[in-house]
Design a protein around this ligand. Sequence first.
Ligand SMILES: *[C@@H]1O[C@H](CO)[C@@H](O)[C@H](O)[C@H]1NC(C)=O
Ligand SMILES: *[C@@H]1O[C@H](CO)[C@@H](O)[C@H](O)[C@H]1NC(C)=O
Ligand SMILES: *[C@@H]1O[C@H](CO)[C@@H](O)[C@H](O)[C@H]1NC(C)=O
Ligand SMILES: *[C@@H]1O[C@H](CO)[C@@H](O)[C@H](O)[C@H]1NC(C)=O
Length: 462
Amino acid sequence: MKRSRSFSLLFYLYLLVIVFATFSIVSMEARKTNIKKKLHKRHKGGHTRGSHSPCPVPAPQGSTFDVLAFGAKGNGVSDDSEALLAAWNGACKVAAATVKIPAQFKFLMKPVTLQGPCMPDLTLQIDGTLLAPSEASSWPQSSLFQWINFKWVQNFTIIGSGTVDGQGYNWWSSSEFYDMQKTYSKHIPSIKPTAIRFYSSNFVTVRDIRIINSPLCHLKFDNSKGIKVNNITISSPENSPNTDGIHLQNTQDVEIQRSIISTGDDCVSIQTGCSNVHVHHINCGPGHGISLGGLGKDKTSAACVSDITVEDISMKNTLFGARIKTWQGGIGMVKNVTFSRIQVYDVMYPIMIDQYYCDKEICKNHTSTVVISGVKFDQIHGTYGMQPVHLACSNSIPCTDVDLSDIQLSPSPKYRGLQQAVCWNSYGKSQGPLIPSSIDYCLRSGGGLIKRIARSHDRVCY
Ligand SMILES: *[C@@H]1O[C@H](CO)[C@@H](O)[C@H](O)[C@H]1NC(C)=O
Ligand SMILES: *[C@@H]1O[C@H](CO)[C@@H](O)[C@H](O)[C@H]1NC(C)=O
Ligand SMILES: *[C@@H]1O[C@H](CO)[C@@H](O)[C@H](O)[C@H]1NC(C)=O
Ligand SMILES: *[C@@H]1O[C@H](CO)[C@@H](O)[C@H](O)[C@H]1NC(C)=O
């Protein structure tokens, strides 16, 4: 009696547990499908009108827009650019949204323009790989300037452990041939695309990703402000022509830090219209070093660059180290530039100002020039290949306030470089230690009148 009662009690308890468990599984499934349906609806929301609900459910703040959910294949073969655009357009309307490029997939992308303005704090999370079309001839002729173009974005971040691969081999290998034989231009256009370009964009952060093998420049900012680049890796082979790492033009308030850059051209190139740029903790090389310019190629508008600090840099096997280059005949001004704490290993020309920059064999001499003043080279140590210091300032207006302090450079045993520092028309101070000692006699001192002339040129910039 007692036994059977406790048995039935147990039985009821058992039943209860089963019923409860079943119920909760069912309701969980229901919730899941509900969420899925909602997600689906939300994703389609922007494109297919006339869904069941009269007003689409707005995506909550902080939503993720995975390109796979927008029809991307991620197989490296099908063109996924439409899916990226759709995910972008969805995320753009939501505050703090994330467009996700998931890991372990390869997304082939035609050239795209990802346009703002968007709701603030949009993030592009790149964990997978973005691939550019590999054949130069298959690029649309209308989109040769860049591959991934961000336009009018504000408060925007690119982050992730993924790779942006410009697959530029085709463009590099053909370029020499193209240069020699311009008639052979049918297959390879004369304009080459930059991999990632930001145009007219403010408060942009790019971090952690890898950008490789761009046909031309890897990461470019123009007409932008408030840029932060941190912990990125840029690489393309040493023999890839004109593949700048990071290129800045008309861009202010920039910090580029803790990144590794090796390409066939400048690691960082700072062009006209840039000011308040801070570049630090960069591993650069192989490549052409960090440069300002070539400025003044366009003789009709002023080239102006000011307030630039480049410090804590390691350069290995680069052609140049810290360099300012201007074309003859330009107008404008370069001022307040500091290159400091730069370690060089086998760098051909670690310290250079070249006001005779020229891409041909012979360039015509002009009297007008981009005026250079207030340039410090400080704590530049290591080994050089060709010449420790080469400052070639304009014949017509010299460089002023060029300071050389604590420069310690020894010739690399691998090359047979010159021991002689060369300065032409450069005024400023030098402060020891200076090795080789020829640096001590390189600069001219004084130049008060020259400074006044130089300052009068400032006006074209401000
Ligand atoms: C964008 O970022 C800047 C700098 O962090 C900040 O001052 C500004 O308020 C932000 N704008 C928006 C719309 O969030
Ligand atoms: C730098 O980026 C790499 C690659 O994405 C990542 O693994 C690492 O955590 C990042 N480091 C920092 C300090 O953010
Ligand atoms: C020179 O530029 C630095 C930034 O690189 C800035 O902090 C400093 O105030 C500038 N100096 C002058 C005199 O403008
Ligand atoms: C230009 O000027 C430089 C320096 O004075 C001189 O060495 C060079 O021969 C000149 N070039 C031409 C083409 O006149």
